[in-house]
Design a protein around this ligand. Structure first.
Ligand code: OOG
Ligand code: NI
Length: 475
């Protein structure tokens, strides 16, 4: 049985229900494969419970805007793919679960030979039900300097199929019939999970692995295995500083600094920290069929705290301030300059307004609107900005921050790098290529700003516009 399963027209299960079932199944699998992930989940749950207990105003607000129920279930994962065909098929697989590509992230400027997108739900309703996201990267073989090694990698990748025949059939069924029934949905979750499973056996011999590894650890990780194992699964915490502090006592050593903005009264965007990848035993096979034992480090753990989504203006300010910090100090992998970095971060970010009303007034962040006295507002039509401000100040209308659902390229590079080790950082390239990525994907990526703007506009229309439907958020 799919938990909380919602059957829609034509006896099709909703894409939201399939995503909920899949994200639970993935979490169970990862908990079995990486026990430290289970420990981290427990710690995050304890800290979240304590935050809500100690701050009833915050808890009430979360529950009022219907965000409370999603918190403990909330997580993201990441995979790295090898070919355009894999990327376009994974797009079709995620679509079965109502997850679509949002945003383009180029990691090449940070010396990581991938470009990426995030598959995630798009509407307020779907996000509220379960916001599961997967950061999905495509290896850029054109960034490998040694062309014969690149050709060999391409050849190895062309021999694998990371999807089961069953999942391919079910994806086609979803596309041709517009959905899956209950039995098919259950089967889909089982088959789709296979793509994300860890493989103890490599598909290349140890020497090839080492050559790929020497070119870049990431290349060895993508090319040497039968599938794109999920490399981390990240729960959402309400207090990342507390979790970071408590991790060592549970035997988990986090990276030295939290990526993203500093601690603030009004959290913005995304703060993340990770623990180092495990060294795992892998079996290799030489050309004569003799077994060789080696190791590989790929899978790690991460936690995150999500804040308000920023408008293009707010995001430009964030990028400007972060660049200013990083011009003076870049956090080193060994954490030696962590204190300097954090001091500079907090000093520079002092100029980023830190109260909700200023963030709204200066058009730095996105908010939904709620009427505290819904009675007459729908008759007046959409008010001017000035009048709206008056009503917000009077308490007639409340504003609630819209959660940031995406990722940050500088933070993502920091997470990649902490697991690849500093020595893996190679020459930066600035050869960004969103069109090529979208060609491989087989579709355009959605613009995240447009999604937040739509959610904000819809909420305003719902309380002020007499012609907008009274019904809850539209899918
Ligand atoms: C993805 C790293 C990026 C995040 O949270 O920014 C990421 C990877 O290592 O494949 O997951
Ligand atoms: Ni992550």
């Amino acid at each position: 049985m799919l938990v909380g399963c919602q059957v829609v027209a034509d006896r099709h299960v909703s894409t939201d229900s399939i995503r909920i079932a899949f994200s639970h199944a993935m979490s169970e699998m990862y908990r079995r494969e990486v026990p430290k992930y289970g420990t981290l989940l427990e710690l995050v749950a304890e800290v979240n419970t304590a935050v809500l207990r100690d701050d009833p105003v915050f808890a009430a607000r979360l529950s009022e805007i219907d965000q409370l129920s999603r918190i403990s279930d909330e997580r993201h994962g990441a995979i790295r793919l090898g070919t355009a065909a894999e990327l376009s098929m994974i797009r079709r697989l995620f679509a079965v679960m109502g997850m679509h590509p949002v945003g383009y992230y180029d990691l090449c400027p940070a010396g990581i030979p991938v470009h990426s997108t995030a598959f995630r739900p798009l509407t307020y309703d779907a996000l509220r039900r379960n916001p599961f996201r997967v950061f999905t990267s495509l290896l850029r073989l054109d960034q490998i300097v040694d062309s014969s090694l690149a050709a060999e990698a391409e050849e190895v990748l062309s021999r694998r199929d990371i999807f089961t025949p069953g999942v391919r059939r079910l994806i086609e069924r979803h596309e041709s019939r517009g959905g899956l029934d209950e039995g098919e949905s259950e089967q889909f979750v089982i088959e789709a999970l296979e793509t994300f499973r860890w493989h103890h056996r490599a598909t290349v011999d140890l020497t090839t692995y080492q050559r790929l590894h020497d070119a870049h650890r990431l290349i060895a990780d993508v090319v040497s295995f039968r599938g794109p194992h999920i490399n981390h699964l990240t729960p959402r915490t309400l207090d990342i500083d507390a979790v970071q502090r408590l991790m060592p006592a549970r035997g988990i050593i986090p990276k030295a600094v939290i990526e993203g903005p500093p601690q603030r009264r009004c959290p913005i965007l995304l703060r993340q920290t990770s623990f180092k990848a495990l060294e795992e035993e892998v079996q290799f096979m030489d050309a004569l069929g003799k077994q060789q034992v080696g190791t590989h480090t790929a899978r790690f753990g991460e936690i995150e705290q999500r804040g308000v989504a920023l408008t293009p203006k707010g995001r430009a300010l964030y990028d400007r301030l972060l660049n200013r910090v990083r011009e003076s100090v870049v956090p080193s992998a060994d954490g030696g300059n962590a204190d300097d970095y954090l001091a500079s971060l907090s000093a520079v970010f002092d100029s980023f307004p830190d109260d909700w009303m200023t963030l709204w007034k200066d058009d730095l962040a996105y908010f939904t609107y709620r009427a505290n006295q819904p009675a007459n507002l729908r008759t007046v039509g959409i008010p001017s900005r000035g009048l709206l401000e008056q009503w917000i100040t009077d308490g007639c209308v409340a504003i609630d921050p819209i959660t940031y659902e995406d990722f940050l390229p500088v933070s993502a590079a920091g997470i990649f790098q902490s697991n690849l080790g500093d020595q893996a950082t190679q020459e930066a390239s600035v050869d960004s290529n969103q069109e090529e990525f979208e060609r491989a994907l087989g579709s355009l990526v959605e613009d995240p700003f447009a999604i937040y703007q739509r959610i904000q506009d819809d909420s305003l229309a719902r309380i002020f516009d007499p012609v907008s439907p009274e019904s809850p958020w539209q899918d």
